[in-house]
Design a protein around this ligand. Structure first.
Ligand code: RB5
Length: 154
């Protein structure tokens, strides 16, 4: 699989670990930086990962900053990107099954490397469940005016 990866300075070390893991698993990794722990701005890297996924250059994206929040917000500014910052393996599975997430974001200050690697593997191997979730994911890309405001727990 072609996978785009990017981080700011706070996520650099974890990004490097994740990149090495992906490469050793046989994936083609598009490393969009950053290349050191020198201070940079996370929006630049979140947008770069998002654009790589939205353009089809990469099938999935991995984004890392200090919390995983800012870089996910940046990636989600790109139309077609569905980025999330899961806190555990359960949320990681559901972000694929329910949300068809195509970018996973990590907080290097919050998540240790072994858990991040397990979450990344699960993110890559879990499929989208479709069905009622497909209708909802379609609405993410549709005009807000066409979306109803009904609430459902199903
Ligand atoms: C950088 O200090 C930090 O703000 C950034 O990595 C990230 O956590 C933002 O959401």
């Amino acid at each position: 699989m072609n996978i785009a990866i990017g981080s700011d300075h706070a996520g650099f070390r974890l990004k490097e670990e994740l990149r090495r893991h992906l490469e050793s698993a046989g994936h083609t990794v598009i490393d969009l930086g950053t290349a050191s722990e020198e201070s940079v701005d996370y929006p630049d890297y979140g947008l770069a990962v998002g654009r790589a996924v939205a353009s089809g250059q990469a099938s999935r994206g991995v984004a890392v900053c200090g919390t995983g929040i800012g870089i996910a917000i940046a990636a989600n500014k790109v139309p077609g990107v569905r980025a999330g910052t899961p806190g555990d393996l359960y949320a990681t599975r559901l972000m694929r099954e329910h949300n068809d997430a195509n970018v996973i974001a990590f907080g290097a200050r919050l998540t240790a490397a072994p858990l991040a690697i397990a979450m990344l593997d699960l993110f890559l191997e879990t499929g989208f469940a479709g069905g009622r979730h497909a209708r909802r994911v379609d609405k993410l890309d549709a005009s807000l005016s066409s979306s109803k405001n009904g609430v459902s727990n199903r």
